[in-house]
Design a protein around this ligand. Structure first.
Ligand code: RB5
Length: 140
C-alpha cells in the first residue's frame, strides 16, 4: 500500500521506526517530514499528508505529533479525509471497518512504540465493511 507519513518534532523518533517497519512489510512510503528535532508547526505536516492523499499520491496517511490531537483536528478539516486518533487496537480496527478512515493519527507521547506499531499494522490490514457504514460516511 502507498502510505504518506508526516510528523512534528514530537513524533519524529516514532515516525522513523514506523517507516522502517512499513518498508519491511513491503509498503511504499512517502515521507513528508519533518526531519529534525527542531520545533515545527504540526498543521503544515498534516496538510501535506492530506493533500498527498487527495492528489492520489498515497492511499492512506499516518500523522504523528505529541498527542495526535492537533494532527487529527487539522486533517479532519479536509473534505474527503477521515482521520482517526487511535491509541489502542479496538478503535484502530473499528476506524477502518466502520469509518473507512484514510488517515491514522497517533500521539508519540501517549503510547509506547510497541503498541504504536501494532496499531499501525492493524489499521493498515483492516478492510472497510461497507454496507450501512458506506451510507453513513457518505452523509458527511
Ligand atoms: C508540540 O509540543 C505539541 O503541541 C504537538 O506535538 C501536538 O501534541 C499537538 O497536538
Amino acid at each position: 500500500m502507498r502510505v504518506a507519513i508526516g510528523c512534528d518534532h514530537g513524533g519524529l523518533d516514532i515516525k522513523r521506526q514506523i517507516l522502517r517497519q512499513l518498508s519491511h512489510d513491503q509498503h511504499q512510503t512517502l515521507d513528508l517530514g519533518c526531519d529534525s528535532q527542531e520545533s515545527v508547526d504540526y498543521p503544515a505536516y498534516a496538510q501535506g499528508v492530506c493533500r498527498a492523499i487527495l492528489d492520489g499520491q498515497a492511499e492512506r496517511g499516518i500523522l504523528i505529533c505529541g498527542t495526535g490531537i492537533g494532527m487529527s483536528m487539522v486533517a479532519n478539516r479536509f473534505a474527503g479525509i477521515r482521520a482517526a486518533l487511535c491509541h489502542e487496537l479496538f478503535t484502530a480496527r473499528m476506524s477502518r471497518e466502520h469509518n473507512d478512515a484514510n488517515v491514522l493519527c497517533l500521539g508519540a507521547r501517549v503510547v509506547g512504540p510497541g503498541l504504536i506499531y501494532e496499531i499501525v499494522a492493524t489499521w493498515l490490514a483492516t478492510e472497510f465493511a461497507g454496507g450501512r457504514h458506506l451510507r453513513r460516511i457518505e452523509m458527511f
